[in-house]
Every structure is written in C-alpha cells, then in structure tokens.
Design a protein around this ligand. Sequence first.
Ligand code: ZN
Length: 89
Amino acid sequence: MIAVIFELKAEYGFASVDTEIHLWHLVREGGTVALCDRTMTVDSRTRSSADLRDIFPERLCPACRQRYCELLPNMTHPAPAAPAAHSGA
Ligand SMILES: [Zn+2]
C-alpha cells in the first residue's frame, strides 16, 4: 500500500529566517511543490505533518489545507467493506 506522506514547509515573509514564519504549506515528502502549486525552496524549514495539530489554522495555507482535506478520505478510508445489510421485508 502506498501512503502519501506530507511535510510542512515554511513560507517566510519578506524577512529573514530568524523572524516569525509567515505561512506553512503542505508538500509531498521529499518534494518542493506544495498542494497549492507553490514551489517551495529546498532550504525552507520543514516539519512533519504530525505537527499539523500544533499549527494554528490561520498559519496553514488555506489552499493547501483544502487540497489536503480532499485527499485525506481516500487515504484514511480505503474501501469500506461493510456488507450490505439486509433490511427486513
Ligand atoms: Zn499552500
């Protein structure tokens, strides 16, 4: 089974690295193109997507978040194999 793993990459504001991070984007592990099609620089600060819960929603790129939510159902719920219930007749 292939699991797509995402990482968070930081988009900095127009300031330097030691200032606060502007926005986080979601990229596929090892990649540099975010879900919102923005190309991130390789040296952007990277965090595991497990840190998502620690990031304020307003700090996460809205476009990335939406794409991520669209992708999630396919990944977390592989074919629901519930047998059709026989409803009494
Ligand atoms: Zn984004």
